[in-house]
Ligand binder design. Structure first.
Ligand SMILES: NC(=O)C1=CN([C@@H]2O[C@H](COP(=O)(O)OP(=O)(O)OC[C@H]3O[C@@H](n4cnc5c(N)ncnc54)[C@H](O)[C@@H]3O)[C@@H](O)[C@H]2O)C=CC1
Ligand SMILES: CC(=O)[C@H](N)C(=O)O
Length: 373
């Protein structure tokens, strides 16, 4: 009890003091009573620290989705295979399992997550677990648990163990009352999906932990991400990946959004590059902790026209999914990422033509419909 009283006193002193509390290390609420920070400072398990020149020890949560395996590949190239641990609640494919360390981790299991961080001396955490926009609307209680309760676990563990924490946000963190063309970093955010609400919550909680506890929180709002070797996990922008597979396999594509629905999009290599860059950026360069990043913006019709330059026989029809269409109609059409470009030199490499030709060279023009017939 005396410890709790002392911490409470410290908290109330901080609350009464002016300013943001940057640099003042106060334990997050959950740690009161159980935090290793209350163990004597010479406790050996907590005394290991890494110098600036050492590689970070990385954990990726939700790493078996569309983005995590590619992120692990990039980070392993940079920091060494064994310094990057992929985790998820799903069973990894053989090639993923054999490509580097993998561990089971359910982000809703706080103690297990903490154990993984401690036992593996994790210093950087990329928190990718989430339910995306369309699957989130189909299962709101699960989306609320994973995207909000799971985030709370991650934030507390990251603050408790002084981790550098990356949490992706999304164009879906904006809503119908946000300016949509373009959408700046700071504006009204009233999303109407559980996904969007949970991501605004993540942005705000991460920034709060940064100012309140000194957590090194970094966040990028990703556009819809397009990748060739991984499937999207149930979002509104999934059509922009599916069109390539269907064009190659059948020469026909049925789009679930209207032809003129404009959304910001990005090739996965640009997305992962930005993620590593913002994590490596010196803290002094970051005037904000949550940034929009942008590359291109297109409609299904414009994407189909670009794809038809490679597969002219592609037939596109439209069968609108009302849920996805309503979501898309409330999201940004163009994303203003000028702050990211100014602060840490963000620059994308792929515009629409490069994206489409890269997707086809990756997916293999050998398997084109023309040859399948
Ligand atoms: N892919 C995209 O277009 C975009 C993605 N993002 C964000 O990037 C992150 C990664 O996205 P994706 O890889 O596309 O997502 P995804 O839906 O493909 O993968 C999410 C992963 O989270 C895992 N997961 C679910 N419940 C879990 C739990 N209780 N514990 C641990 N893991 C759990 C799933 O098994 C899945 O492998 C997400 O936070 C997403 O919101 C943001 C904007 C765009
Ligand atoms: C843009 C995203 O966050 C995701 N791809 C989705 O469509 O839900």
């Amino acid at each position: 009890m005396p410890i709790v009283k002392n911490v409470s006193r410290a908290v109330s002193q901080l609350l009464q003091s002016s300013g943001c509390g940057c640099g003042i290390s106060i334990v997050p609420v959950r740690c009161i009573g159980v935090s290793p920070r209350q163990v004597a400072s010479d406790a050996s398990f907590h005394s290991v620290s890494f110098s600036e020149s050492d590689h970070p020890r990385v954990l990726i949560t939700g790493g078996l989705g569309q983005l995590g395996v590619g992120l692990a590949k990039l980070l392993r190239k940079r920091f060494g295979k064994n310094n990057v641990i992929l985790s998820d609640i799903r069973k990894p494919a053989d090639h993923v399992f054999h490509s580097g360390p993998f561990i089971y981790s359910d982000i809703l299991d706080y103690k297990n997550l903490r154990e993984i961080v401690v036992n593996n001396r994790i210093t950087w955490l990329f928190h990718y677990s989430a339910l995306l926009s369309a699957v989130g609307e189909a299962n709101v209680p699960l989306a609320r648990a994973v995207n909000i309760t799971g985030l709370h676990n991650v934030l507390d563990i990251a603050a408790e163990h002084n981790l550098r924490l990356f949490v992706p946000s999304t164009i879906g963190a904006f809503g119908p009352t946000s300016p949509r063309d373009p959408t700046p970093d700071l504006c009204i955010q009233r999303p109407r999906t559980i996904y969007g609400v949970s991501k605004v919550h993540a942005e705000l909680m991460g920034e709060y932990y940064h100012y309140r506890y000194g957590l090194d929180f970094r966040c990028l709002r990703y556009p819809g991400i397009i990748s060739a070797d991984s499937q999207p996990g149930g979002g509104t922008t999934d059509y922009a990946v599916q069109i390539f597979h269907d064009a190659i396999k059948t020469g026909k594509f049925q789009c679930n959004l209207k032809p003129d629905t404009r959304l910001p999009m990005m090739y996965i290599d640009d997305c992962l590059k930005a993620t590593l860059e913002v994590m490596e950026a010196p803290a002094e360069a970051l005037t904000m902790r949550t940034y929009n990043i942008s590359a291109m913006s297109f409609t299904p019709e414009e994407l189909a026209q670009e794809v038809q330059k490679h597969i002219p026989e592609l037939q596109v029809t439209y069968n609108v999914d009302e849920v996805r269409q309503a979501i898309a109609d409330s999201w940004p059409m163009n994303f203003d990422d000028s702050n990211a470009r100014r602060d840490w030199g963000w620059k994308h490499d792929y515009d629409l033509p490069e994206l489409v030709s890269t997707m086809f060279s990756f997916l293999g023009s050998d398997s084109r419909i023309a040859q399948a017939n």
